[in-house]
Design a protein around this ligand. Structure first.
Ligand SMILES: Cc1cc2nc3c(=O)[nH]c(=O)nc-3n(C[C@H](O)[C@H](O)[C@H](O)COP(=O)(O)O)c2cc1C
Length: 223
């Protein structure tokens, strides 16, 4: 399947067959997340595969009743790692990029400019910007994972409506789940991806018209 076909075939899947996922297919989806691009290559993510029935039921409660989370053979918790933006860690990934000849910079440019610049030094903009940038990176990662899931013949849904630091809902339950799952300080669960063999074949979902969301040169000028 080529990428265009996989993108066109994407549907959120909320019904799954009661079958285990092929280990190689699941790994391919996780690998797609790992390979996603990110700001300064900071990779502020961790993909936690949850298969335990009891934990999946807790996720249902955390989402105030999205039962399909428990019916999926696996749920990938997409965790944002806010500490990935700390300057020593950003410095390290920037130097790796220089070594890989991915950016035309030097160690001196990193230390004297990139780690101090208003645009590039994300952490200097405060916690809300760190969170915003983390979300930005995770969205790319689970977007890649969604396309790979289709390619692997798997069904997936991106679930964002549950108790966590963003919604502030169900705090006690959320904190308990985080502890049980071993999340470190600075890690947030920002999306849940129930995944499995599709048990439904939904038709295409409505999208805004091409010209409503695309312009050329100036907003309102058709592409
Ligand atoms: C960031 C994000 C969060 C979402 N959260 C939920 C959710 O909490 N529950 C749910 O059932 N679907 C959720 N969805 C799925 C959307 O409802 C779905 O993508 C949209 O209706 C378009 O349908 P499609 O994905 O089948 O094209 C979410 C999608 C995204 C991208």
């Amino acid at each position: 399947m080529d990428a265009t076909e996989a993108i066109h075939k994407w549907r959120s899947i909320r019904r799954f067959k009661d079958e285990k996922i092929d280990e190689g297919a699941l790994r391919a989806v996780l690998e797609a997340g790992r390979r996603a691009p990110s700001w300064s290559n900071v990779q502020p993510w961790h993909f936690l595969v949850i298969e335990d029935a009891g934990m999946k039921e807790k996720l249902v409660a955390l989402s105030r009743g999205m039962a399909f989370l428990a019916k999926a053979p696996a749920v990938i918790a997409v965790c944002g790692d806010l500490t990935a933006w700390d300057k020593p860690k950003v410095r390290k990934v920037l130097l790796e990029l220089i070594d890989a000849k991915a950016i035309p910079a030097t160690e001196q440019i990193v230390d004297q400019f990139m780690l101090k610049d208003q645009i590039l030094a994300v952490v200097d903009r405060g916690p809300s910007m760190v969170l915003a940038r983390t979300f930005e990176q995770l969205g790319i990662a689970y977007g890649f994972m969604a396309v790979e899931a289709v390619n692997q013949g798997l069904g997936m849904c991106i679930v964002g409506a549950f108790g966590n630091e963003i919604t502030g809902a169900l705090e006690e339950l959320y904190q308990g789940i985080k502890t049980e799952l071993g999340l470190r300080e600075g890690m947030h669960i920002l999306a849940l991806l129930p995944i499995g063999i599709p048990g439904e074949t939904p038709g295409p979902r409505p999208r805004k018209d091409f010209n409503e969301v695309v312009s050329r040169g100036k907003i309102g000028t058709a592409f």
